[in-house]
Every structure is written in C-alpha cells, then in structure tokens.
Design a protein around this ligand. Structure first.
Ligand code: ADP
Ligand code: S3P
Ligand code: MG
Length: 197
C-alpha cells in the first residue's frame, strides 16, 4: 500500500513547491560539477515550468562554445555577457535557471539573482565535484596543470559567497531523483518559514 501512495505524495510536494514559488524564478548556483544543469532541468520538469541553462543560452546567443568565448574574448567579456543574459532571463519568471559556477560570484550578477529569484546553492565536497568534472574537459577554468587544486582554490574562494544563497541543498552521492525531492522540500520549507521573498 505504501508503494501505491508514494507517487501521490511526490506530486503533491511538487505542487506545493510550485505554489510556493509563484512567479519567482528558482536559480541554481554552486561550483562546477555540483549538478546545477542536470538537477535544475529535472526540478523544472517536476514543477512544470520552463528551464534554461545560462551557459546554453550564452552559447546560443554568441554562437560559440563557452570554451571558445573564453579563448577569444577572455573571462571578463564572458562575465559581462553572462550578467546580461541572466538579467534578461530573470525577467521572464517563473523559470528554473541554472547558472554557470562563476555567475553568483560576480557582484552585479549576484545582486540581480537576489532580486529576481530564490537562489539554491548545490553544495558538494571536493571529491564529489572532482569525480564529476574530471570526466569531461569542456570547462576552460579547469585547463590547468593541477585541475583538482584549481577546483579546491575556487571552493575556498567561492563557498562563503555561495552561502549567501536563500537555500543550501547538499549535493552528495545521492540519486538525482533524491536531489530533486530535497530541492523541492527546501523550497516548501522556505515558504512555510515565511521567508520566501
Ligand atoms: N546526484 C548526482 N548523482 C550522480 N551524478 C550526478 C549528480 N548530480 C550531477 N551529476 C553528474 O555530474 C555531472 C555534472 O553535472 P552538471 O549538472 O553539469 O553540473 P554543473 O552544471 O553544476 O556544473 C553530470 O555528468 C551529471 O550527470
Ligand atoms: O565556475 C565557473 O566560473 C564556470 C562554470 C561553468 O559552468 P558549470 O558550473 O555549469 O560547469 C561555465 O559557466 C564556465 O566554464 C565558468
Ligand atoms: Mg552547468
């Protein structure tokens, strides 16, 4: 009997989270490999609202890959474009917006996100992140002699800033579906606490 009831409980959690969100955006932040792109898309599906990944949107408007943008124009230009894209996307809520790892670190972009949505930091340990990112080589910031040490340096610098997000959800070695449930529960809890903006 419990199994038969489980899908009902799951859908009502999504409905509660959707109601809690209203017209606001749900914005995923966190380091490379935390699961922003993958979990963000699944959360949007659960909430039945549109999903957009800012890196994907940047690649679409620039007709270049992120790696090409970094190589041709450098990180400051990429950050300026990222800020403009995020500013535009935040205006069309409700949406789930998965940002690239550096977006929330940029003062201007962070301010825009704080104004335009509920931010969720997917927080993960170094070994989990490393395990996930070292399987692919499309992230320009990790093209260094010791990418794991680079990731650790980024962690040390960025974690206090990610901590400013409205919600923190731990992204450990748990199933993606469990991550989705944990994010939805955190959104509902925030609303219940009366702290939803
Ligand atoms: N909870 C999870 N369990 C297993 N693999 C995961 C989990 N979360 C993310 N991943 C995997 O880690 C990799 C990085 O995820 P991604 O969403 O691209 O991270 P980000 O956008 O934060 O850099 C992908 O291959 C994704 O499938
Ligand atoms: O951490 C960062 O500064 C970056 C993270 C990347 O996105 P993911 O976090 O989705 O990998 C991408 O935006 C770019 O390579 C820069
Ligand atoms: Mg991503």
């Amino acid at each position: 009997m419990t199994d038969l009831l489980a899908p009902v409980a799951a859908s009502s959690l999504a409905e509660q989270a959707r109601a809690a969100l209203g017209k606001r955006n749900l914005v995923f932040v966190g380091l490379m490999g935390a699961g922003k792109s993958v979990i963000g898309k699944m959360v949007a599906q659960a909430l039945s609202i549109p999903f957009v990944d800012t890196d994907g949107e940047i690649e679409k408007v620039s007709r270049m890959t992120i790696a090409e943008l970094f190589a041709s124009y450098g990180e400051p230009e990429f950050r300026a474009l990222e800020a403009r894209v995020i500013d535009r996307l935040l205006k069309g809520g409700p949406r789930v917006i998965s940002t690239g790892g550096g977006a929330f670190i940029n003062d201007n972009t962070r301010r825009l996100i704080k104004q335009g949505g509920i931010s969720v930091w997917l927080k993960a340990d170094l070994d989990v992140l490393w395990e996930r990112v070292n399987k692919r080589d499309h992230r320009p910031l990790l093209k260094t002699e010791n990418p794991k040490a680079t990731l650790e340096n980024l962690m040390n610098h960025r974690y206090p800033i990610y901590a400013e997000a409205d919600l923190t959800v731990y992204s450990g070695n748990v199933r993606k579906e469990t991550m989705v449930t944990n994010v939805l529960s955190a959104v509902v809890e925030l609303a219940e606490k009366g702290q939803g903006k």
